[in-house]
Design a protein around this ligand. Structure first.
Ligand code: NAD
Length: 450
């Protein structure tokens, strides 16, 4: 089977490499010359565990190639997948579909023989139909079907998620298209992955509904964590008690500085727009968005309160800036709110992140980059965990304290414990912890400040 993947970002690159691992012949097209140069040298331009090996193996086997020439790849393809970005549109918060429609316009002249065009990008309901209409207008002679095949992989465990999905969702209204998609995913179906065929609108909406639901779980537990602090409960005990209920499930019940990343914020925003436009508002999701926006700001206030009410003239050592561990992705990361707020209030911010520096550098001007957590602690009055990278979990807190000027640890990811912090001579504030597990006063003050 010949596959043309348009877009070599997180989704396009991982999907292209995984399809080629099945033995399919994959050409991945991108416009970014630097990205192509790195890829053609056998190096992934993004950090994703296991991806370098997968790319090299399949490129050497001649099943996977990267190019900026769409024409030949599209002509030869049985399936053309669109994996270009659909970022939040400035101004109205809707999904910016300009990359999708530009790619559709570019591929239209090259359709040859029956071809299935697939939206792997997350696109609002009705986009597949719109693509079909645009292609029909551009190429009345062409034979094609347009399918929706939203991607559910998670950065950081993307290859495992692609190879062992909870489900593969295919939205298709056409028998020939369905047969081709069936063949495309046969290797996964043979490994017992559920491949679900639904209508295109259902597939498109399901992707947004899934992300909005997960965002809602995060905002829910963040608010419960705040309540825990005030009433003397422990959020980890509450989360594990409710998570045992299979109707609730134990995933996405970890409180923190708010959700970020390339998907949840923009997909929540786009769903709200779609719902409003269709006069069927999703008021729960509107609240989720508001709660999350306030959360990031509250976390900066929490750091300030833990520092004694002001960070002016203080040094803050920040552990982790990416929106979650095991990725270099900085899109909508909570650190992008927290760091500038601390700087505006007069703090010097020292930062360490195992993979985030390349993307974060232009986004966080004025920070001091460090190579290790201990270096970030050097001269710091306050140490803050923002992203729970595994390597921070083993941090020797006594060694960190020895390098610090102050003695405050603000643990926004509940990585450490009061016991460990106190043993190292640090004062400790976490998220949603009981009074004996957190030096609570600063957290309460921060809650009142918002
Ligand atoms: P990305 O920004 O990392 O990558 C997009 C790539 O497309 C870039 O390399 C860009 O150069 C390329 N591109 C844009 N227009 C092009 C064109 N006309 N021709 C060739 N290349 C072009 O995006 P991403 O994170 O991979 O996301 C892609 C889509 O998948 C989005 O809709 C996103 O919502 C969705 N998605 C992302 C994730 C995730 O974890 N990142 C998970 C599920 C779904």
């Amino acid at each position: 089977m010949n596959i043309c993947m348009i877009g070599a970002g997180y989704v396009g690159l991982v999907s292209a490499a995984c399809f080629s691992e099945f033995g399919w012949n994959v050409t991945c097209v991108d416009k970014d010359p630097q990205r192509l140069e790195e890829l053609n040298a056998g190096k992934s331009p993004i950090y994703e565990p296991g991806l370098d090996d997968l790319l090299q193996r399949n490129m050497q086997a001649g099943r996977l190639r990267f190019t900026n020439e769409l024409g030949p790849a599209a002509k030869a393809a049985d399936v053309i997948l669109l994996a270009v970005g659909t970022p939040m549109r400035r101004g109205d918060g809707y999904a910016d579909l300009s990359y999708v429609y530009a790619a559709v316009e570019e591929l239209a002249p090259h359709i040859e023989g029956f071809t299935v065009i697939v939206t792997k990008s997350t696109v609002p309901v009705g986009t597949s139909r719109e693509i079909e209409e645009r292609l029909r207008a551009a190429r009345p002679d062409a034979e094609f079907a347009v399918c929706s095949n939203p991607e559910f992989l998670r950065e950081g465990s993307a290859i495992g998620d692609f190879m062992h999905p909870d489900r593969v969702l295919v939205g298709v209204d056409d028998d020939r298209g369905r047969a081709v998609m069936n063949r495309l995913y046969k290797p996964l179906a043979l490994r017992n992955a559920p491949v679900m065929f639904v209508g295109r609108e259902s597939a498109e909406l399901a992707k947004y509904a899934a992300n909005a639901f997960l965002a809602m779980k995060i905002s829910f537990i963040n608010e419960i964590a705040d309540l825990c602090e005030v009433v003397g409960a422990g959020v980890q005990e509450v989360a594990s008690a409710i998570g045992k209920d299979r109707r609730i499930g134990d995933k996405f019940l970890h409180p923190g500085p708010g959700y970020g990343g390339s998907c949840f914020p923009k997909d929540v925003s786009a769903l709200i727009r779609t719902a409003r436009e269709n006069k069927s508002p999703v008021s729960i999701i509107e609240q989720v968005q508001r709660v999350n926006d306030e959360r990031k700001i509250a976390m900066a206030h929490r750091i300030e309160a833990a520092a004694g009410g002001s960070v002016r003239g203080l040094t803050v050592g920040l552990l982790g800036v990416t929106f979650k561990p095991n990725t270099d992705d900085m899109r909508d990361a909570p650190s992008l709110t927290i760091v500038p707020m601390l700087q505006e209030r007069g703090a010097t911010v020292r930062v360490v992140d195992p993979q985030g520096r390349k993307q974060a550098d232009p986004l966080l001007p004025g920070v001091i980059w460090c190579d290790s957590a201990l270096e970030a602690a050097e001269g710091a009055d306050v140490l803050v965990t923002v992203t729970e990278w595994n390597e921070f979990r083993g941090l020797d807190l006594a060694a960190a304290k020895a390098r610090m000027r102050g003695d405050v640890l603000v643990d926004l990811r509940n990585v450490f414990s009061a016991e460990l912090a106190h043993a190292a001579g640090l004062r400790y504030t976490a998220v949603g912890r009981k009074p004996d597990e957190s030096d609570l006063a600063p957290a309460r003050a921060a809650l009142r400040a918002v």
